[in-house]
Design a protein around this ligand. Structure first.
Ligand code: DOR
Ligand code: ZN
Length: 432
């Protein structure tokens, strides 16, 4: 079955121009792109009228937590992929902090196999840096590469030991893998549950200082400089880290960085008191930090937006704030929030936002994706800039309902998600 996207405004990197085009999809690939396709060229095709909408390369989320294996009550590969499709993502990289940790070739292959059978989007498992993510012994990176990993990370747990991190970088470089670092010095973060500052004092909660992040960002940048490996810094949350990344880039050190929608949109002051749906790691920071993050994204100091989609059950989040797990879901709210809070008010351009969700994450992971060209896989996202909606967690496909954005009014989002030429989501409905 072939598919024709008619009169779409096509976003394509690196030029980032929006041009009106017809796109014909055949056999799962982009067959032809032209200003106007003749009727005889697309006979018997299903026609999608994309007039007034944007067609972008399929969105890529480099930072997702699926909970399978081990915590299927929170999320499964199937439900996480459905949430991705609902949010307009065609590819996701999933972090290894499953139970057991994804630290072997067998585990990587298992995740890939379940994703192939049950997932509606492309899944790229991230392999652990250390066995069990315990920080003590390197995981079998070479074997995991054979299993198909595109990156390594101990996300959720920082690699506390600097010599271990240095060694990991040497190996990551050997296998040409980006190393994704969850930067947080445990001795500085100790026991904290939110940002350290006036709000934590007011609420009487133990804080995590921004220095906990920045100290480790600095350490990892130095280690990346020494090893020459590609360091990718996960979920940057504060101005101090931004300064360090800017310095590293100015020195030609191979470092890339991501920021989450929640760190771009919320501050610690907007936390609903003791509501664990605002609890995540790293925590929401100050207004000045949010401003620095927005500026860094705009200027390319921060390369991409990634969600850190971290589903948790109502029961797990329902305990006292201090004991609740860290994490918020993000796949189904990312694009609407970015459009509503950043693009429409003019903080960043649409093209910049889309590049940070397509070509740039593809480059970091080394994927042949993120551009629309003839012959490429037909992974595409149709974006409606004008659709007004209200965030409703009860409608999420994700098993996790832990969002701080419940009830938010949003304008814009994904209209359709196409993976390998197949419509997997249309107007909010996912097709398995
Ligand atoms: O908030 C977070 N949740 N941060 C992490 O680093 C891990 C994640 C999770 O797995 O729940
Ligand atoms: Zn993390």
């Amino acid at each position: 079955m072939s598919l024709l996207l008619k009169s779409a405004l096509v976003f394509n990197s690196p030029g980032g121009l929006l041009e009106k085009k017809d796109i014909l999809i055949k056999g799962g690939k982009i067959f032809k792109i032209a200003p106007v396709l003749e009727k005889k060229e697309h006979e018997n095709s299903q026609v999608i009228d994309a007039w007034g909408k944007i067609v972008a390369p399929g969105l890529i989320d480099l930072h997702v937590h699926l909970r399978q294996p081990g915590e299927e009550g929170k999320e499964t590969i199937k439900s996480g992929c459905a949430a991705a499709a609902a949010g307009g993502f065609t590819s996701i990289a999933c972090m290894p902090n499953t139970r057991p940790v994804t630290d072997s070739k067998m585990m990587v292959e298992r995740v890939k196999e379940i994703a192939r059978r049950e997932g509606v989007v492309n899944v790229y498992p991230v392999g652990a840096i250390t066995k069990g993510s315990l920080g003590e012994e390197l995981a079998e990176m070479g074997l995991m590469v054979e299993g198909g990993i595109k990156a390594v990370s101990d996300d959720g747990r920082p690699v506390a030991d600097a010599s271990m991190m240095g060694l990991a970088m040497e190996y990551a470089k050997m296998f040409n893998l980006p190393l994704i670092s969850h930067c947080e010095d445990p001795s500085l973060a100790l026991g904290g549950v939110m940002n350290q500052g006036l709000t934590s004092t007011r609420l009487g909660l133990r804080g995590i200082p921004d220095t906990a992040e920045a100290v480790m960002v600095a350490r990892d940048i130095i280690l990346a400089q020494a090893s020459g490996s590609h360091l990718h810094i996960a979920h940057v949350s504060c101005a101090r880290s931004v300064e360090l990344i800017e310095w590293a880039k100015s020195r030609g050190i191979k470092v890339t960085a991501e920021v989450t929608p929640h760190h771009l949109v919320l501050t610690e002051e907007e936390m609903e008191e003791f509501d664990a749906d605002y609890k995540m790691n790293p925590p929401l920071r100050s207004k000045e930090d949010v401003e620095a993050l927005r500026k860094a994204l705009k200027e390319g100091v921060i390369d991409i937006i990634a969600t850190d989609h971290a589903p948790h059950s109502r029961e797990d989040k329902g305990v006292e704030f201090e004991r609740a797990p860290f994490g918020v879901v993000g796949l189904e709210t990312a694009l609407p929030l970015i459009l509503t809070e950043l693009v429409h008010p003019g903080h960043i351009k649409l093209e910049e936002a889309l590049a940070s969700l397509t070509i740039k994450p593809a480059e970091i992971l080394g994927l042949d994706a993120g551009v629309i060209r003839e012959g490429a896989e037909a992974d595409l996202t149709i974006v409606d800039l004008d659709k007004e909606d209200k965030v409703d967690r009860e409608k999420f496909y994700s098993g996790g309902k832990n969002t701080p954005f419940q009830g938010w009014k949003v304008k814009g989002g994904a209209y359709m998600t196409i993976v390998k030429g197949k419509i997997v989501m249309r107007e909010g409905k996912v097709y398995f």
